[in-house]
Design a protein around this ligand. Structure first.
Ligand code: ATP
Length: 586
């Protein structure tokens, strides 16, 4: 591979494994060299048979040597491949860990630009494709070239014309292969793009299968999946057609060395330029000396495919991370959060999602944010979690700019439950302890009681040890949310953000959660994003937002009195609560 950024990445990845890979190459090359042994044995046997008085013992010895050579060859080959696979899998494991860790450090905007199908393809498929290069191509390239080289040296030592004739087909074969493979890099790029599309389509289908079933859509509606799969099929057919002639010619030339070796050898022998023994050596060695190069048949194609994969791995590893300025000194135990004239516009949007936003979250106080859909409530939370960086103004926690806090500090400071709860396959307890693996039973119970989850957990077949299924699929939406709230509370972070988490919860549980939260959050700052205003009438301060701007701040009573948009929102909801399916309630 030439000195491209991709090959540079491969070399740097291999840096720590050079010793083991070199040993693998040596073992596989030695085993390949033993491929020549049968040819040499045939030569020695032929010389003996044609001699005036052939010695029977010598022929038996040659047979034993040939057998031992075969056994040794397989031992060397096996050990070499074990080592090369160990290198490949160690590297693949490390690379996947690095890429996954990288995803934790990129800003949320990165995921908007890179569909999950693309990322899955790079981390799973592209990384897996390195196995072919590391475990097979590199050792086989070395051994594939080594055998004809040694054979050529033996022939050159015997007669220079024999050496040249043995190698005559080699440049022709490589030229044919290279010319047929020229431009295949673009084809591989198209292949990767088609695979990424198919991956995205399949992932989208799996996520949306329940909705598709509900709407009774048949398979023909899965256009993206079909397109992706058919796209790959068409490319595979086109690429096979294009490469078929090149592969066939290469294969024929590498296997057909006898076509050159035999006439040239006979001609040299008849013109008395070489002896009969030299002719036998030439035919025995020269006929199969290029065979090992057949292993390299797919090398050009594989190299182009892998270099495209490496290019994508490199791009992901090099993706811009959220900048982090190391901060020094401990933070206050009860830090105050300040938004100071914060402005933020999503990439590609013209209107700011939040504009000139200023407010304070104080420990021991509950703050609720309300406003119509699209007001900027969730964006405010995303900025506080540093999914995105502000464009103007600043967010400070404990007097320190958010950008000056490390990821670990931010994680310790903030507990967050979103509208889409994320639970994992495991027991209720496993999911809770994710927040704090060392949490005591008392702390666990305090959190589940505050989130109104204790009663339903106790009623599960195995209580806290009940398996909740993939993504908590064996729980109801409300139960999942209460579990997620308990987990956030158990974390013990001084700032807790709950983004519309009581949407799936029945009114009684909602009231219970509110009471529990108030009790548990006595010394924490609690930020609630709320749609149902009834649930927040008791909170310490309410921020009313619209169009990204803060319209007013106050208690429910103050706002109902003086803030017209809030009063209207309240009235609308009161009215909506009285609606029934058969008309307005009396
Ligand atoms: P809702 O109550 O419906 O959840 P919200 O008040 O939380 O709404 P945000 O989600 O903060 O509103 O959205 C504020 C504005 O930013 C909207 O105009 C929305 O279209 C836009 N927006 C939100 N997310 C993105 C995104 N990822 N990329 C571009 N624009 C976005």
């Amino acid at each position: 591979m030439s000195d491209t950024p991709a090959s540079h990445l491969l070399r740097s990845l291999l840096h720590d494994h050079r010793g083991m890979l070199t040993l693998a190459v040596v073992l596989i090359s030695a085993s390949a060299l033993l491929e020549l042994l049968p040819h040499l044995v045939v030569y020695a046997a032929a010389v003996e048979v044609f001699s005036a008085s052939p010695a029977e013992g010598w022929l038996t010895t040659l047979a034993v040597v040939a057998f031992a050579g075969v056994v040794l060859r397989f031992v060397l080959l096996g050990s070499g491949y074990i080592l090369s696979h160990r290198v490949a899998f160690a590297l693949i494991r490390q690379l996947r860990l690095d890429l996954t860790a990288k995803l934790g450090r990129v800003p949320a905007s990165f995921f908007a630009e890179h569909p999950s199908g693309d990322l899955k393809k790079t981390i799973v498929d592209d990384v897996a494709s390195l196995e072919a290069v590391l475990a097979h191509n590199i050792p086989e390239l070395a051994s594939g070239l080594f055998v004809p080289l040694v054979a050529a040296l033996v022939l050159f030592a015997s007669d220079w014309r024999l050496g040249l004739a043995g190698l005559a087909l080699l440049p022709v074969a490589f030229l044919v292969q290279a010319s047929f493979m020229a431009g295949f890099k673009d084809a591989w790029a198209q292949w990767h793009a088609a695979e990424a599309r198919a991956n995205s389509g399949v992932l989208e289908f799996i996520r949306g299968v329940a909705v598709l079933k509900a709407f009774d859509r048949d398979a023909s509606s899965l256009a993206k999946v079909r397109e992706g799969i058919l796209g790959i099929r068409d490319l595979a057919v086109a690429m096979t057609r294009r490469s078929m002639a090149g592969y066939s010619i290469f294969f024929t030339l590498m296997s057909g060395n006898l076509l050159v070796v035999l006439p040239v050898g006979l001609w040299l022998n008849l013109s008395e330029a070489i002896s009969r023994n030299q002719l036998v050596l030439f035919v025995a060695l020269g006929a199969g000396m290029l065979q090992s190069l057949v292993k390299l048949l797919f090398l050009f194609g594989d190299a182009q495919k892998v270099s495209a994969a490496l290019e994508r791995i490199r791009a992901l590893l090099g993706a811009q991370e959220l900048s982090e300025t190391a901060s020094s000194g401990p933070l206050p135990e009860r830090p105050v959060v300040r938004f100071e004239h914060v402005r933020f516009t999503y990439p590609g949007r013209e209107r700011p999602a939040v504009d000139d936003l200023s407010f304070t979250l104080e420990p021991g106080r509950i703050t609720a944010v309300v406003g119509p859909s699209g007001a900027g409530k969730t964006t405010l939370v995303k900025l506080l979690l540093r999914d995105y960086d502000v464009d103007g103004g600043a967010i400070t926690i404990g007097g320190r700019d958010l950008r000056a806090l490390s990821a670990a500090q931010r994680t310790a400071l903030l507990g967050h439950v979103s509208q889409d709860t994320t639970l994992f396959d495991g027991t209720v307890r496993d999911n809770l302890l994710l927040a704090d693996p060392g949490a005591s039973e008392d702390a666990l119970l305090a959190a589940t009681r505050a989130s109104y989850a204790h009663a339903f957990i106790e009623a599960l077949p195995d209580g806290y040890d009940t398996a909740i299924g993939d993504s908590g699929g064996r729980l109801s939406g409300g139960e999942r949310q209460r579990l997620a709230i308990a987990r956030a509370l158990l974390k013990g972070a001084p700032i807790v953000v709950l983004d519309e988490v009581t949407a799936n919860v029945d009114p009684e549980s909602e009231r219970g959660i509110q009471e529990g939260l108030s009790a548990l959050c006595r010394d924490r700052s609690l930020l609630l994003i709320a749609h149902r205003l009834r649930t927040i009438t008791q909170v310490d301060q309410i921020l009313v937002m619209d169009g990204g701007r803060l319209l007013d701040t106050g208690t429910h009573a103050e706002l109902a009195d003086r803030c017209e948009p809030y009063a209207r929102l309240w009235q609308d909801q009161e009215q909506a609560d009285r609606w029934t399916l058969i008309g307005s309630a009396a």
